[in-house]
Design a protein around this ligand. Structure first.
Ligand SMILES: [Zn+2]
Length: 188
């Protein structure tokens, strides 16, 4: 089966539990904006910090750590991630995003910051890659390969429903994969 077909047939559109999750980035944009405003944090730094903190974290952990940062506390994370948080806090957003973390953090920040963009980035993390490859090892290989990230992005762009932004389709698929498929597997 072609990779495009696997993604089209993953069941995210038909799943009643996941209806509306294509607005995930819009909702998270408001969450970040509201929290940053409430605590008087710089808005541009806040979006970068949220994206940087997403490394090896669930969404719940990401939210918690981001709120710690908003309150002036230290997020709980690896030293390399905390170093990037410090760069963003000090206003050096480019350096915070320029570390060797690959495209994912940059795309995630773009989707969170500008969710209304029509042709913006697609955030490819291991879940987003797994839905296409159906194989963890193959996902790792794709993400490690030169041009692999872009190829996976392209598959999301090609398979998105008419009228949807690429990252809206990716959000819907991601939510369905993480909250429906993986939960089913782990409960199974
Ligand atoms: Zn679902």
């Amino acid at each position: 089966m072609r990779l495009q077909e696997r993604l089209s047939m993953n069941g995210a559109i038909e799943c009643p539990n996941c209806a509306g999750s294509e607005r995930w980035y819009h909702r998270k944009h408001r969450f970040i904006r509201n929290a940053a405003t409430a605590y008087g944090k710089d808005l541009e730094a806040a979006f970068v910090v949220y994206a940087v903190l997403s490394t090896n974290a669930t969404v719940a952990e990401n939210d918690k750590n981001f709120l710690r940062w908003c309150r002036g506390e230290s997020p709980r994370h690896f030293g390399t991630v905390l170093a990037r948080v410090k760069l963003a806090t000090d206003g050096d957003l480019e350096s915070a995003l320029a570390f060797k973390t690959g495209r994912k953090i940059v795309s995630f920040r773009e989707n969170l910051r500008w969710p209304w963009r029509k042709h913006g980035a697609v955030t490819i993390d291991r879940h987003a890659a797994d839905v296409i490859t159906l194989d963890r090892v193959m996902s790792k290989n794709w993400l490690a390969r030169k041009g692999g990230y872009e190829k996976l992005e392209e598959i999301y762009r090609e398979t998105r429903p008419v009228g949807w932004r690429p990252h809206e389709w990716q959000a819907r698929v991601w939510v369905h994969h993480v909250y429906c498929n993986e939960r089913k597997v782990s409960n199974g």
